[in-house]
Design a protein around this ligand. Structure first.
Ligand code: V3L
Length: 85
């Protein structure tokens, strides 16, 4: 349902939903109580930092994006780079 919460990462002027597989993986790691996780996203290892609520590439920490856990119905740009229209 739309009352469900899902994970988002920051884009230029809005938020992107993670793809479902990555969302489920982040959910699992967060519920397990991990403070920090490493997950594979489009072929690159990313750190999900639950304490600072950010994500960044493990070998290129320049781009640090905020992440959030919010309603599935929250305003968004799309899913994992695929724009909604
Ligand atoms: N899921 C999918 N692709 C990602 C993710 C992720 N969690 N994190 C980064 N990328 P960086 P606007 C994003 C992509 O942070 O117009 C969006 O999905 C990231 O894609 O330096 O700025 C859009 O496709 C970027 O292409 O590691 O809102 C695109 O940016 C690349 O990995 C433009 O979005 C490097 O990101």
């Amino acid at each position: 349902t739309t009352l469900r919460n899902v994970w988002y990462y920051e884009g230029r002027n809005g938020w992107w939903m993670y793809d479902q597989r990555t969302n489920d993986e982040i959910d699992h790691l967060f519920r397990r109580g991990d403070r920090r996780a490493e997950i594979l996203i489009v072929g690159h290892l990313y750190v999900i930092d639950f304490e600072n609520m950010t994500q960044y590439r493990l070998n290129d920490t320049q781009r640090r994006r905020r992440i959030k856990y919010d309603l599935m119905s929250a305003p968004k740009k799309g899913v994992a780079g695929l724009k909604l229209d």
